[in-house]
Each structure stands twice: as C-alpha cells, then as structure tokens.
Design a protein around this ligand. Sequence first.
Ligand code: LIP
Length: 265
Amino acid sequence: MQGSANLNVMIKAARKAGRSLVKDFREVENLQVGSKGPGDFVTRADMAAETIIRDELLGARPQYGWVGEETGEVAGTDPTRRWIVDPLDGTTNFLHGLPHWAVSIALEHKGEIVSGVVFDAAKDEMFVAEKGAGAWMNDMRIRVSGRRSLNDSIFATGVPFGAKRTLPATMQDLARLMPQCAGVRRWGAASLDLAYVAAGRYDGYWEREINAYDIAAGIVIVREAGGFVEPLREGGDIFADRAVIAANGDVFTKFAETLRSREGA
Ligand code: LIP
C-alpha cells in the first residue's frame, strides 16, 4: 500500500515500539514463575513503548495533539489533529505470557479517525488503514467476511472484570447472542478484535466500557475493510458512551438488533 507520510510515521513508530515490547515479552515469560510476578516490569515495558511512540510521532508532527493510555491528553497547536495511542493493548495477556497484544496508533482529524495502525508484534501482523485507501495486513488487502447469518457467525467481545459496572449488561448480551450464533471469543485485546473483523476472521465485535485508545485505530481499519462500526447505543457516541459495535454489513443489522433490543448501551 502507498500510505501517506503520516501513515508511514505511524508504521515506523509501531515497529519500533513493537521491537521493544517483543524483547520485554520474552523476559515476562521467564518471570511467570516468581511469586511477585512481572507486574512492575510490565508497567515499565508499557511506559517505555509509549515514550518510543510519543518521541516518533511528536518528533515528526510536534503540532498535533496527543492522547496516550499512560501519559494522558496534551493539546497541540493544531487543534484539528491528534494522535490516539495505546502502546500496549492487551496488557493482561502480555502480563500472563499470552502472545495476543498489540500496539495501537490512530490519527484523528476534526473528530474523525482518518488513519489507523494495529501492530501485533508477537505474530508480526501489521494492520493498517487510511480513509479512502482501503485496509491492509502486511501489504495484503483485507476485507470483512461475507457471512450473512448470525447462525454461521462468530463474534468477539471483552467481558468487564474487577470494578467495572457493565458486567451484568455484558452477561445479558451473551445470553441473547450465544444461542443464535456460532460462538463468542474473549481474547483480551480490543484493537486486535477490530483488526480481526476487518480481516474477516471474526464476523463482528462489541464491547462496553472500552477506552478510545483501545479502539480508535481499529475503527478506521474495519470501515476501510468494508465493515460497519457504530455506537452500541443507537444514536449515541462511541467514545463518549465507551461502547461500540462492529460487523460485516450483512450480519450487522441482525447483530445490532440482538444487542440493542433491550435498553441502550
Ligand atoms: C484491554 C482491552 C480489552 C478489554 C480490557 C482492556 P488494555 O485494554 O483491549 O478488550 O476487555 O478490559 O481495556 O488495558 O489491555 O490496554
């Protein structure tokens, strides 16, 4: 794919952070056996990756704003553009030595996500998209799946844990959806769930209580792969509600009806 200069900056930053995270991930696998566990080490790995990405992106475009999982929000002198970054999406997987995590970098322009990069460094899969230029994985064009019925479709989600308040709603979603579909997966990295919808691996995805930096890049990747992404609550706002639904265009209506048939998000 012939990406824009911005997309190339994003890909370079994701690769650099990915290299650092892969090195740290090998160490994490060794640390599992200790009683203290690798918690502090992973926090440092996450912070180091965010610093790498921030230096690359703001080094190239110092005028843009910034939203990062670890370092929060900083306004830029260009109020129309900002980077939205999760240096390590799937932190819990990383912490437990599960090779399913990603670097997620999005560029927002006037409130719309226009470019996205989701890099699964452990599997060396680079998902990228730019508005109007299609979605790609390692230089191959990707498309959402062509499945048309819920019965044949598999979906991904995230199940809230700890103090999250939307566990009952998610359990109700599962109770409604599971009897009607071919399965639900909970792999623990929202950016990859969306990338997999874009690549036709999952037929759809939804999640409640999800942060903008986890899903921003994936949104444009799904749309450019021909899929639909909407707020889970009809007429709502994905980032403000923190609830999203995505699927291929054929199953979207039935899938959304099933999840929305109760209240809103
Ligand atoms: C994670 C998400 C995942 C969600 C977790 C968490 P993190 O992001 O990608 O889908 O279920 O609650 O938010 O914290 O690993 O970057």
